[in-house]
Design a binder for this molecule. Structure first.
Ligand SMILES: Nc1ncnc2c1ncn2[C@@H]1O[C@H](COP(=O)(O)OP(=O)(O)OP(=O)(O)O)[C@@H](O)[C@H]1O
Length: 255
């Protein structure tokens, strides 16, 4: 029996400034079915429509035509809050996923409250510190010793690792990563990518990851999608993806 898709995107269209001289068709009839456990790297030129695609999936942008389903539910005209039960997102800017004035522990509590699991665990309060320490230690960023530190004083890498942890605490059905390592130095970026793979693999998370790093797009995930000029130009998986080289992708970019 075929597995139910976590996400289906059918004939999606997005037009900015319709009916004006600046009219721009940014998504042109995009269709995509994402199976449980898919880890998809999304690549494409600047302005190709990648973030717009993620925004329409998360619900931060309305669509002009097409249908979206999440976990089998039609969500095309549903708001972000409705979709949030299935979707979690990490942005390029580490500041967007965390509250700077709150401590590391308070941020984790907020993320837990979002999952609705906090009240169930209230009786475990004495264990909370130990549990947070344990969770943070998995990031290998020394955050387990900084539970009371305000998040605004963390490095970009530590803050992004915390964002990733918070976004995945609820075991979301769909994880959206929007160039989440682009603002980090190469070493930290590699570390956060390693963490991403670890979390995605252990939790079997279905993931869409936008990246401009072709090496990361090739290395991580079971599937690769290239968006060009508002359309999906390439969608490969498994062995076909493994056989791809950076040169192949470069020539597609040039084409
Ligand atoms: N809210 C918006 N209002 C108007 N135009 C927008 C909006 N969001 C995106 N665009 C335009 O849509 C086009 C696609 O943008 P988008 O951010 O989706 O591209 P992208 O593939 O993610 O690019 P990049 O790799 O540079 O982030 C761009 O021309 C952009 O200016």
């Amino acid at each position: 029996m075929p597995q139910t898709a976590v996400l289906t995107v059918q004939h999606l269209q997005k037009v900015f400034f319709p009916g004006t001289i600046n009219e721009r068709h940014v998504l042109k009839d995009v269709s995509l079915a994402v199976a449980p456990g898919d880890f998809i790297s999304v690549i494409g030129n600047n302005g190709a429509g990648k973030s717009t695609l993620l925004n329409t999936i998360a619900g931060t942008l309305p669509t002009d035509a097409g249908e979206l389903t999440l976990a089998g539910h039609r969500v095309t005209h549903r708001p972000v809050a409705y979709r949030a039960r299935w979707v979690s997102r990490v942005f390029q800017d580490p500041k967007l996923g965390t509250a700077g004035d709150l401590s590391v522990a308070q941020n984790l509590t907020l993320a837990e409250r979002h999952t609705g699991s906090l009240s169930l665990r209230r009786y475990q309060r004495a264990d909370q510190t130990a549990r947070y320490r344990e969770l943070l230690a998995t990031l290998e960023m020394g955050l387990e010793d900084r539970l009371d530190a305000q998040v605004k004083y963390l490095s970009g890498g530590q803050r992004q690792a915390l964002s990733l942890l918070m976004a995945t605490l609820s075991h979301p059905q769909l994880l959206l990563l929007d160039e989440h390592t682009a603002a980090l130095d190469p070493q930290t970026s590699a570390k956060v990518m390693g963490l991403t793979e670890k979390i995605v693999t252990t939790q079997h998370l279905t993931t869409l990851m936008i990246t401009h790093k072709l090496s990361d797009a090739l290395r991580y995930g079971n599937r690769l999608v290239m968006v060009q000029d508002g359309q999906i130009k390439l969608d490969v998986r498994g062995r076909e993806k493994q056989a791809l080289r950076q040169e192949d992708l470069m020539s597609l970019f040039m084409a």
